[in-house]
Design a protein around this ligand. Sequence first.
Ligand code: PEP
Length: 251
Amino acid sequence: MAKRVPLIAGNWKMNKTVKESVELVLALKQKLSDVKEREILVCPPYTSLYAVKENLKNSNIKVGAQNMYFEKSGAFTGEISPLMLKDIGCDYVIIGHSERRQYFGETDDSVNKKMKVAFENGITPIVCVGETLQQREKNEAFSVIEKQIKIGVAGLSGDQITKVVIAYEPVWAIGTGKTASPQQAEEIHAFIRKLYFEMYGKDSSEAIRILYGGSVKPDNISEIMKQPNIDGGLIGGAALKADDFIKLVSY
Ligand code: PEP
C-alpha cells in the first residue's frame, strides 16, 4: 500500500495580526525543525500570508491560504486570486470550509471551480466536506459527503485526483468542543476511501490523504491518528497556540 505522509494543518481562521502571526510561526519553526515524515502546514489569514511565508523560508513548515476566488484577476472587490497566492508561494489552499459554505455562499460548484484553478496554479487544494448535525440525525451523512466529493473533484485529471487532500469535518464538531469519536470519524474516512476506490480505482484510493477536523486537541489526536484511514488533522482553535500545535504535530 502507498505510504501516506501524515499532514497536520492549522487553520487560523480570522485570528492574529501580522505581528502575532510571525511570533507564532517563529516559535513553531524553532521547535518543529527536527520533525520528519510528517508534513506541517499553517494557514494564516490573507493579511499575514506574506510575512509568514517570508519567516518560514528554509523551514519544514508549509503555508496555505484559507480560501481564494476562482478568477485570475479583475473586478471582484474583496477577493484574492490564485495568482496572488502563487506569487506569495502558498503550497496549499483550503477550499469549501463549512464556515465558507454556511456564511459566504460557497457551493459544491464554486468549490469545484476553485479546485481546478488551484491546481492550474500549482497550489494543492484541501477540500472540506462534512455533514451538519441535522443531516447526521436524518442519516444523510454519507449521501451529503458523497455529493460534496463527487461535485468537488469532478473534472480533475488523474494526477490531481490523487494529490487532492480531503478534510472530513463534521460541522457539528467544528469549534464546539464535541469531537467525533475516533470510530465515528473512521467510519466516514473508510467510506470516503471506498468511494474513491469505486470512482478512481485502487491506486488513487490508497494514495489520497483524508484529514479529520473538528475539535482536535493535543489530548485526543493520538487516538484519532491511530485509525487506519485518517491521514492527518485540520485543526482550528488548537492551532493558535504554539505549545498546543507543537504537541499536535508531535502526537
Ligand atoms: C476548523 O476550523 O477546520 C476546525 C476543525 O476548527 P476546530 O479545530 O476549532 O474545531
